[in-house]
Design a protein around this ligand. Structure first.
Ligand SMILES: [Zn+2]
Length: 195
């Protein structure tokens, strides 16, 4: 559904560098809604990733966020890993062996960190053990909407404190959106990790 929320207008103005009225088709030229996260992004040519389902315009904002994390924020943990997990889960792509594996293992790590309180290092080790059984993973139908917070919100952070807070909120929001599959993920963990 197209809304005329103030946050949407601000988002579109940021992308286009001009005042945008979402009810005016002319103003939406050059923009598309990301088919993963639902954010308004620039309509750019190309397919950025083999199995992560994101259009180039969304991928570009994700790249800006990663650049901030690698650069000025000094590779913050667990924030950086949460960013990677959340983005992958919010852009599940189409059912393929790699996409199925990606969504399952990134959901497993979100579960272990957000719900089981594991450190990122423990969660990553556990994720490796779960990954050995990736041939048994099934396609999980993505929720709609796939969360409400997106890269467009995260990129607005002005410093590492804001960024950390925003990434945590984003990860929790997307995890919550997948509620219908929470039981399957906790079963996977029980089955392969005995936890
Ligand atoms: Zn997106």
């Amino acid at each position: 559904m197209i809304t005329t929320k103030k946050s949407d207008r601000n988002e579109l103005s940021r992308l286009t560098g001009r005042e945008v009225d979402i009810r005016t088709p002319r103003d939406l030229q050059g923009l598309i809604r990301c088919y993963g996260c639902g954010a308004w992004v620039k309509d750019m040519k190309g397919v950025p990733h083999k199995y992560i389902g994101a259009p180039m315009g969304c991928w570009e904002i994700y790249g800006e966020i990663l650049a901030k994390e690698y650069g000025e924020y000094g590779y913050p943990q667990p924030t950086h890993r949460l960013t990677v997990d959340t983005y992958a889960v919010q852009h599940p792509g189409k059912p393929s062996r790699q996409a199925i594996q990606s969504v399952n293992v990134h959901l497993v790590r979100l579960y272990l960190v957000l719900k089981k309180g594991l450190s990122m290092k423990q969660a990553t080790t556990a994720m490796g053990r779960v990954l050995r059984h990736s041939d048994k993973f099934a396609w999980l139908e993505p929720p709609l909407p796939n969360g409400h917070i997106t890269v467009v919100d995260v990129i607005k952070a002005q410093n590492i404190e804001e960024h950390t807070k925003q990434v945590e909120a984003w990860a929790k929001d997307v995890w919550k959106a997948w509620a219908i599959h929470h039981e399957k993920i906790s079963k996977l963990v029980k089955q392969y990790l005995g936890e």
